[in-house]
Each structure stands twice: as structure tokens, then as C-alpha cells.
Design a protein around this ligand. Structure first.
Ligand code: HEC
Length: 188
């Protein structure tokens, strides 16, 4: 009973609070500052033009893979952990659709691999890798999938140039007709 009678008072008090932070157009929220947008605007598109300076090779990436905890979840060999596999079990035929996405093999662009690691890994400690570490880890994962040679250095210029094995095939999805399952026959 007591809490019920307090409700109108609480409501009246709360109404004043959002008013302080209201944006003019919709009356909710507020316009983020340029700095707040910059801090979140970290995604990298296919062309890689947003990539930060830095560089790394597969050899450095192999070390980071162990020291940054990747091996703990994905396994020392990338196929023997509790997290999704990062290496094809069938490297001689990388275009075979098998279980697992294997982003460093099947992504349409190498920049997508960089972006994924940079924003999403290591899981629960996202945002802790330096650009050099992300370049190195990307190089390592591309190397173990046979996409680039071990000594190739990836940086702002060379990463977007990497030709992924899928080529333009990522776009060749089957036509979809209404009332049929999407991507019928695909293992997703
Ligand atoms: C705490 C466990 C954990 C750690 C540590 C971790 N990962 Fe992951 N990783 C995952 C999980 C779980 C997924 C799948 C996430 C999903 O599908 O949403 C994943 C997905 C990925 C993928 C995409 C796989 C695919 O084919 O879609 C890549 C690449 C990757 N991790 C790289 C790394 C790298 C590099 C590190 C080290 C810097 C790392 N991960 C550390 C758990 C982890």
C-alpha cells in the first residue's frame, strides 16, 4: 500500500530527470559528442581505408596467439579448443563448405578478419589488443589457412590487397523464392 501511494511522487520526480538529457527532435536521449562517436567508430570496411598504422607477420602472430589467450579457447592448433575452429581441417580444398565459418579462410575480405579480431577478441577482453598485435594475429590465422606466406608483413597497405580464396564467390548465393527457407542446403 505504502509503495503504491509513493508512485505518483516518484513519477513526478523522475519526469524531471530525462528532461535534462533530452535531445530536441525526439525528446529522448542526447546527441553524442564527436569524441564519443570517435571512440565507438572503429569498424573497418572491405577497402581497409579506416585501418590504423601498424604491422605484423605470422611469426609475431604465433606468439601473440599464445600470450593473448587465443589458444586457451581456440586450442593450440586452432582446431582443438572449445571455441570455433580457426583453421580448415581440409586445407587442400578450402572452398568446401564444412562445419564452422573459419573466418580467416572464408571471409570475403582480409580486412574483415582484422576487424573481427580487433572488435571481438579476445572474448571478454575485447579492445585490449594493439594494432600491431591485430595485424600479426590476422597474418598468423591467414598463414595457417594457406592464404598468405609465413613471411608476409601485413599493414595498412598490404592487408586490403590480400586475395581471399573465396574470391567473388561469397556473392553467389542461390536465388531466394518467397516461402522457402533462406540459404536452403547451406550449413547455417
Ligand atoms: C574466452 C574464449 C575466447 C578467447 C580467449 C578468444 N576467443 Fe576467439 N572466439 C571465441 C568464441 C566463443 C567465438 C565465436 C563467437 C561467435 O560466433 O559469436 C570466437 C570467434 C573467433 C573468430 C571468428 C571465427 C569464425 O570462423 O567465425 C576469430 C577469428 C577469433 N575468435 C580469433 C581469436 C583470436 C585471434 C583470439 C586471441 C586474441 C581469440 N579469438 C581469443 C572465444 C574466444
Amino acid at each position: 500500500m505504502g509503495s503504491r501511494s509513493l508512485l505518483p511522487i516518484a513519477f513526478t520526480l523522475l519526469m524531471g530527470v530525462p528532461a535534462l538529457a533530452q535531445g530536441p527532435t525526439y525528446g529522448i536521449g542526447r546527441t553524442p559528442t564527436a569524441e564519443e562517436i570517435r571512440a565507438r567508430d572503429i569498424s573497418i570496411g572491405p577497402t581497409g581505408e579506416e585501418l590504423p598504422p601498424g604491422k605484423g607477420s605470422a611469426r609475431e602472430g604465433a606468439i601473440a596467439y599464445r600470450t593473448k589467450g587465443c589458444a586457451g579457447c581456440h586450442g593450440a592448433a586452432g582446431i582443438d579448443g572449445s571455441a570455433p575452429i580457426l583453421k580448415s581441417r581440409n586445407p587442400t580444398n578450402p572452398n568446401v563448405w564444412a562445419r564452422g565459418r573459419i573466418l580467416p579462410l572464408r571471409a570475403p575480405f582480409a580486412t574483415t578478419v582484422w576487424d573481427y579480431i580487433n572488435r571481438g577478441m579476445p572474448l571478454n577482453r575485447e579492445g585490449t589488443l594493439t594494432p600491431d598485435e591485430v595485424y600479426a594475429l590476422t597474418a598468423y590465422l591467414l598463414f595457417i589457412n594457406g592464404v598468405i606466406p609465413e613471411d608476409q608483413v601485413l599493414d595498412q597497405q598490404s592487408l586490403p590487397q590480400v586475395k581471399m580464396p573465396l574470391g567473388d564467390n561469397y556473392a553467389s548465393l542461390p536465388d531466394w523464392k518467397p516461402r522457402t527457407p533462406r540459404l536452403k542446403g547451406y550449413p547455417y
